[in-house]
Design a protein around this ligand. Structure first.
Ligand code: AMP
Length: 371
C-alpha cells in the first residue's frame, strides 16, 4: 500500500482491510448477542458513507433483520459542518421496532443529534447506534453511542465508503490525511549507467541524502561485518543479495537519516518486492516516492564503461566480463520490470544517459525540479 492522492490532498494507509473486517465482525456479533431473542431489528444505514460498512455488517449479522437507509449530508470538504439536513426520510413504519443506526463515523455528533431528533418522533421501541469510527476528541454531545468499532484521532479519513469531495469511497481500506515533507527519488538504470556519479552531484544540489545499497554493502564487506560477509558471496558473482537482507539494510539507512529532506535511492529497489516494501515503508511515514528517474544507456556502452571503471575501482565485479554479463542478466530479468511498476503510477521518467556528465546532470535536474 502506498500514499494516495485525491484531488489536491495526500492520504496515507491507516486501517487495513483485515482490521476493518475484524472490527465489523466483532460489532455484528456484539449487536446480535445483545439483541433480545426473537427480536428482528431494523438496521438503518446513514448514507452515503456507510454503504460499505452497512453491507459488510449486515452480512456478518447472524440473525434475521431488516435493512433501510436514510440520507443526510454533513460534510463539505474536510471540515465537519454543523448544518445537517435530512435529504431522504424513512418510509417504513418503525413504531414498536428495535432500530439500530449504522454510521460510518461520528465526530462532532451533529449528524447523530439529527438522527435522534428524527427518530424521537417515530415511536420506536428501542434506538441503538453503532458507528464504525468515533473521534472522542471532538465529540461535543451528550448522546449515547451503543457500539463503537474504533476510536480514531481527529484527522480526516477516507476510504471504505468515506470520501473527500466525492473521491475515495471505493478504496477497501481507510486512509488518513497526511502532508508529505520529503522528496524521494529512485535513480534507476543498469550497472554502469552513471547513477552513483550523478547522485553525488544531485544530493548537494537538492540537499538530499544519497543511499547507494551497493556502497553500503561494500562498506560492510570492507569492515568485515556479518552483513558484509553474507553479501560478499552474492556480489562477487554479480548476483543480487536476497531481498530480505537488502530491504532491512535499506530501512536501517533511512532510519539513520530520519530528518532528511528526502533521499536519492541508488541501486534500490532492484526487484518488485523491494519496490513494494519501499512503498509500504514510506507510506507508513506519510511519505512516498516522487519519481523514478532512469538513465537509459545502450548495453555495449555500459560494458565498456564498467571494464574501464574496473581498472581503477578495485571492484571485482567490474573486472570480469562474465560477471558483468551476469549483472546485466540480473538487471534484465529482475530489475528492468520496475519501469512498468513506476510507469503504472505515472512516476517513470526516462533520461538519455549518454553524453557528458554535466549534460546528463542537467537533464536529470530538469526532471528533479518538477518532482
Ligand atoms: P551496485 O553498486 O549498485 O552496482 O551494486 C553492486 C552489487 O551489490 C550488486 O550486483 C548486488 O550484488 C548488490 N546489491 C546492491 N543493491 C542491491 C539490491 N537493491 N538488491 C540486491 N542486491 C543489491
Amino acid at each position: 500500500m502506498s500514499i494516495i492522492k485525491l484531488h489536491d490532498l495526500y492520504f496515507k494507509p491507516y486501517v487495513s482491510k483485515k482490521e476493518i473486517n475484524a472490527i465489523v465482525h466483532f460489532m455484528a456479533d456484539k449487536v446480535y448477542e445483545e439483541m433480545p431473542k426473537n427480536e428482528i431489528p431494523i438496521f438503518v444505514g446513514i448514507l452515503n458513507g456507510c454503504f460499505l460498512f452497512a453491507a459488510d455488517f449486515i452480512r456478518a449479522y447472524k440473525g434475521d433483520c431488516e435493512v433501510s437507509f436514510v440520507k443526510l449530508s454533513s460534510y463539505n470538504g474536510t471540515k465537519s459542518s454543523e448544518n445537517v439536513k435530512q435529504l431522504v426520510g424513512i418510509n417504513e413504519d418503525l413504531s414498536n421496532r428495535t432500530v439500530v443506526i449504522l454510521e460510518d463515523i461520528i465526530d462532532t455528533g451533529a449528524t447523530l443529534q439529527e438522527i435522534y431528533n428524527i427518530f424521537r418522533t417515530k415511536n420506536v421501541k428501542q434506538l441503538k447506534v453503532a458507528t464504525l469510527f468515533f473521534k472522542p476528541e471532538v465529540f461535543r454531545k451528550e448522546l449515547p453511542i451503543d457500539y463503537i468499532g474504533k476510536n480514531i484521532d481527529d484527522k480526516f479519513i477516507v476510504g471504505y465508503g468515506l470520501d473527500y469531495n466525492g473521491l475515495g469511497r471505493n478504496y477497501p481500506e481507510i486512509y488518513q490525511l497526511t502532508i508529505p515533507k520529503m522528496k524521494n527519488i529512485v535513480l534507476f538504470g543498469p550497472p554502469g549507467a552513471g547513477k552513483g556519479t550523478q547522485a553525488n552531484f544531485l544530493k548537494d544540489m537538492y540537499n538530499l541524502v544519497h543511499i547507494s545499497t551497493g556502497d553500503v554493502f561494500r562498506f560492510n564487506i570492507k569492515n568485515k561485518t556479518e552483513l558484509g560477509l553474507l553479501a560478499k558471496q552474492y556480489m562477487d558473482e554479480g548476483d543480487l543479495v536476497p531481498d530480505e537482507v537488502t530491504i532491512n539494510m535499506l530501512k536501517a539507512e533511512v532510519e539513520k537519516n530520519a530528518d532528511a529532506n528526502g533521499f536519492i535511492f541508488d541501486g534500490f529497489p532492484r526487484t518488485q518486492s523491494q519496490a513494494e516494501a519501499l512503498d509500504d515503508f514510506l507510506a507508513e511515514k506519510g511519505e512516498q516516492i516522487n519519481g523514478m528517474v532512469a538513465l537509459e544507456v545502450p548495453e555495449d556502452i555500459l560494458v565498456e564503461r564498467l571494464l574501464e571503471r574496473g581498472k581503477t575501482s578495485g571492484r571485482t565485479d567490474d573486472t570480469d566480463e562474465n560477471k558483468i554479463r551476469n549483472r546485466f542478466n540480473e538487471y534484465n530479468t529482475k530489475t528492468a520490470i520496475l519501469k512498468d511498476y513506476f510507469e503504472a503510477q505515472g512516476k517513470y521518467f526516462g533520461i538519455n544517459g549518454v553524453g557528458s556528465i554535466e549534460e546528463i546532470t542537467k537533464r536529470i535536474s530538469n526532471v528533479f525540479d518538477k518532482l
